[in-house]
Design a binder for this molecule. Structure first.
Ligand code: TYD
Length: 198
């Protein structure tokens, strides 16, 4: 069994990469569970609707961090741990590095305090590998030019700080992180993700 996490700013192409890896693992006879944060539990989907609702306007970075971690705690104990115990592979779209990057590096909350909160909420569970899909914020922003949700409305400078936050985490834990250039053509990104993850 393996627990793999995908990270990256909005527009990095995480969902396509996860789907490609899921197919490759299923072909190898693995049982694969794909999950997303926030979400993938009844509470998580409700928290997601709150967090993405543009009608709520500004929330403090700590309000957001607590909500993301509430959803995460549910997901870990009710879904991820049982799946791993049953021998399944778990592919997760975002993990607490997103909290460090978005609410911390970009949103101004203390990154080490967020790390402690997130580790406590997840009981110290660690993924074997983190695939960071990295690309310039400008490229990502152009890709999400459609109607933006509440998180995406925060703008280019915010996204750029979030990117730096992710890269800082990758430098901090090079054994766990694999950084893939997500500005490359999609097929190339997919091949590199498969090479790093399998
Ligand atoms: P989502 O639509 O899932 O974005 P994406 O498809 O790019 O993953 O929305 C999740 C949003 O929430 C996204 O803008 C990133 C943000 N987020 C945080 O700010 N902190 C977190 O801890 C997590 C998990 C997500």
């Amino acid at each position: 069994m393996a627990f793999l996490v995908f990270e990256g700013i909005d527009g990095a192409g995480k969902s396509g990469a996860i789907e490609a890896l899921r197919e490759a693992l299923v072909q190898r006879g693995r049982k694969v569970l794909c999950l997303r944060e926030p979400g993938s539990t009844p509470l998580g989907e409700r928290v997601r609707a709150i967090l993405l609702d543009p009608a709520l306007g500004q929330l403090t970075a700590w309000t957001e961090a607590c909500l993301f971690n509430a959803a995460r705690a549910e997901l870990v104990s009710r879904v991820i741990r049982p799946a791993l115990a049953a021998g399944e592979d778990v592919l997760l779209d975002r993990w607490w590095y997103s909290t460090l990057a978005y609410q911390g590096a970009a949103g101004g909350a203390d990154v080490e305090a967020l790390r402690s909160l997130s580790k406590a909420a997840t009981g110290g569970l660690e993924p074997e590998r983190v695939i960071l899909l990295d690309l310039p914020a400008e490229t990502a922003f152009a890709r999400i030019a459609r109607a933006k949700d509440r998180m995406e409305e925060k703008g280019l400078a915010f996204l750029s700080r979030a990117r730096e936050g992710f890269l800082a985490e990758a430098r901090r834990d090079p054994a766990r992180f694999r950084v893939v250039d997500a500005s490359l053509p999609l097929a190339e990104v997919r091949d590199r993700v498969l090479a790093e993850a399998l």
